[in-house]
Design a protein around this ligand. Structure first.
Ligand SMILES: [Zn+2]
Length: 361
């Protein structure tokens, strides 16, 4: 191919201050131009430092990193209306976040919040995102085998992603809840992560959904099994990718753990008609034209989010650090969480004062 394709990785993660440089280095190795880091919603004390890590990354690599913030849920029973969630979204926007990430549609998180995705509690929040054109990347669903004790893989069980005890919402119920909030907020710019787990459904269902909701996109962040599903019917899926070339966005989940970089495999699937095996799966490439690839790799993301990441408002970010620390104190969680937050706070103070070297991709 002539000039190298420019790629924005729309879906990556951070786990610690050290992971920021690791992610950036690994992205650079994979010829990724810019990245978007996804915060994870915080229920209880889990993920409490996620937004702050994302903001720190933006300060360290100015102009290169987009950040999508996550909501922090008050302790159960304290959330009586949606005002609190709306205010958090406004704060994150003002700090310099480029969008929101929601994990609330992953069955275990959905169980923890106890909130249907179309609950009126979210109305004010969605209304704000819709009217301000703020993009949201939303994880809804999971592979169907996670609801089947015989078929669920051991690694998923170990993570607690086994949904057979009757306390989890079904995949179909989650899809209905999505229709519920999109009916109220049809212009919401939602990108459903992991292809909305539609790769294992059928092509007609995946198409009908995009036809019905023009503001919606799918990201093609693995679940690598999704590429296996596509490869079972490569001609049909090729047609799909061409027809919906404005609705598909590249992402990798890079950074979620060490080995999980499937970028080469995803690119080989998209850019060639090679037949190859990856992790025991047969993959058959769909060989898309450059024009289509340009949209999937950066055009669609930039149309929704912008070409340049927002800058960080340091004063508001430091206020947010104080707020998160207060929240953690109030939770009386394990001591190591306070220690982690305090040292992260220090890193952020150093970064905003310019005493950490600012790096360039
Ligand atoms: Zn992810």
């Amino acid at each position: 191919m002539s000039e190298a394709l420019r790629i924005v990785d729309s879906h990556t993660h951070l786990t610690s201050p050290e992971s920021i440089k690791r992610l950036v280095d690994s992205s650079r190795k994979n010829n990724i131009d810019r990245i978007a880091v996804m915060s994870l919603s915080c229920t209880g004390e889990s993920n409490i430092s996620q937004n702050l890590h994302c903001a720190l990354a933006k300060i360290m690599y100015p102009g290169k990193i987009f950040a999508f913030g996550g909501l922090i849920y008050p302790e159960s029973g304290e959330l009586t209306n949606g005002q609190e969630l709306y205010e958090q979204a406004v704060r994150l926007k003002n700090i310099g976040f480029d969008g929101m990430k929601m994990l609330e549609g992953k069955p275990d998180t959905r169980k923890k919040t106890g909130l249907p995705l179309d609950s009126p509690v979210y109305d004010e929040y969605y209304q704000y995102l819709e009217s301000s054109g703020i993009p949201v990347t939303f994880h809804v669903g999971d592979p169907r085998i996670f609801w089947d004790a015989d078929k669920a893989p051991d690694w998923a069980k170990k993570e607690g992603w086994i949904y057979t005890d009757g306390s989890f919402v079904s995949k179909d119920a989650l899809y209905s809840e999505v229709i519920g909030f999109l009916s109220k907020f049809p212009k919401l710019k939602v990108t459903f992560a992991h292809f909305f787990f539609m790769g294992e459904e059928n092509i007609d269902k995946a198409s009908e959904f995009l036809d019905r909701w023009p503001g919606v996109c799918y990201d093609i962040t693995p679940g690598i099994e999704m590429y296996g599903s596509f490869s079972e019917n490569p001609e049909k899926w090729r047609e799909f990718f061409i027809k919906y070339q404005d609705g598909i966005i590249f992402g990798s989940d890079n950074g979620i753990n060490e080995e999980l970089v499937h970028i080469d495999t995803a690119r080989r699937f998209l850019e060639t008609d090679d037949e190859f095996t990856y992790k025991g799966m047969k993959i058959k490439g769909i060989n898309l034209e450059r024009e289509v690839l340009e949209k999937i790799y950066h055009g669609n993301f930039e149309r929704r989010v912008g070409k340049t990441p927002a800058g960080i408002n340091s004063k508001l970010l430091l206020e947010e650090c104080e707020r998160v620390l207060d929240y953690a104190r109030h939770l009386k969680g394990p001591e190591n969480i306070m220690t982690e937050l305090k040292s992260l706070y220090k890193e952020i103070v150093k970064a905003v004062n310019g005493t950490t070297s600012v790096c360039h991709l």
